[in-house]
Design a protein around this ligand. Structure first.
Ligand SMILES: C[S@@+](CC[C@H](N)C(=O)[O-])C[C@H]1O[C@@H](n2cnc3c(N)ncnc32)[C@H](O)[C@@H]1O
Length: 223
């Protein structure tokens, strides 16, 4: 069943991204995510000004399937993680609708998860969807917070797809460096050009000990 819903597509450089997004759109409907038919329409396209006064990149008014990581890719990320380490706690920085929780639950349920999302409409739908699909909140936590004013949560793995603007991402990665300096192993799945660019240009500590794993649209870095 999980294999049918979340097929494991082999990673290859010429992966057809349009096909993966079409599959994700279909699966959103099958799984009952209401993002496409409603929620995103209510996510206003106005730039939100957070409590700090600075605007934040919240991906408002953009195509849903570009905003989110396709299920097939999440499945491949999970396979890459499972090949490297034992299941632990995965934190998603800027979680959208927390698709990853559903993939973990179906395909590798020993992982626990927490998704942090700043847009209240997305968080509310993620909470409704989690309950509708029967995912236990004790294992799949969903928090509505602005990560810019939140301490870095503890995690075995951080998943980050260009969650905000450059300054926010830089701050988050510096917090991860502090965590590594305190003796914790830090593993980051970086997706998107901005996140990977920041890590590669300014954070050699995430590539000094363990060779990063580079895939077409994400990389896995480790301290
Ligand atoms: C590109 S989307 C990625 C969604 C999801 N991680 C995925 O890969 O499918 C980035 C998400 O980060 C959220 N976000 C932006 N700024 C944030 C902040 N300061 N704190 C928490 N979430 C934030 C956005 O609202 C958006 O849902």
């Amino acid at each position: 069943m999980s294999q049918e819903l979340f097929p494991f597509w082999p990673t290859r450089p010429d992966c057809d991204y349009e096909e993966e997004k079409a599959h994700a759109e279909h699966l959103d409907r099958v799984l009952g995510l209401r993002a496409a038919e409603g929620v995103e329409d209510f996510v206003s396209t106005e730039v939100q000004v957070a409590t700090s006064g600075a605007p934040t990149q919240q991906w408002r008014g953009l195509a849903l399937q570009s905003l989110l990581t396709p299920y097939t890719e999440l499945r491949r990320i999970l396979a890459d993680l499972d090949a490297r380490l034992s299941p632990g706690h995965l934190v998603e920085m800027g979680a959208g609708y927390s698709r990853f929780a559903h993939v973990l639950h179906a395909c590798s349920p020993k992982w626990t998860y927490c998704g942090y999302e700043v847009v209240p409409e997305r968080h509310a739908e993620a909470v409704r969807w989690r309950a509708a699909r029967g995912l236990p909140s004790s294992r799949y936590d969903l928090q509505c917070v602005d990560l810019r004013s939140h301490p870095l949560p503890a995690a075995d793995v951080y998943f980050m797809y260009d969650y905000s603007d450059r300054t926010s991402i830089e701050t988050t990665i510096s917090q991860m460096q502090d965590r590594a300096r305190r003796g914790h192993r830090v593993i980051v799945v970086g997706r998107g050009g901005l996140t990977r660019n920041i890590i590669e240009k300014s954070h050699p500590w995430l590539a000094a000990v363990v060779e990063p794993l580079h895939r077409a649209r994400y990389s896995i870095y480790q301290s």
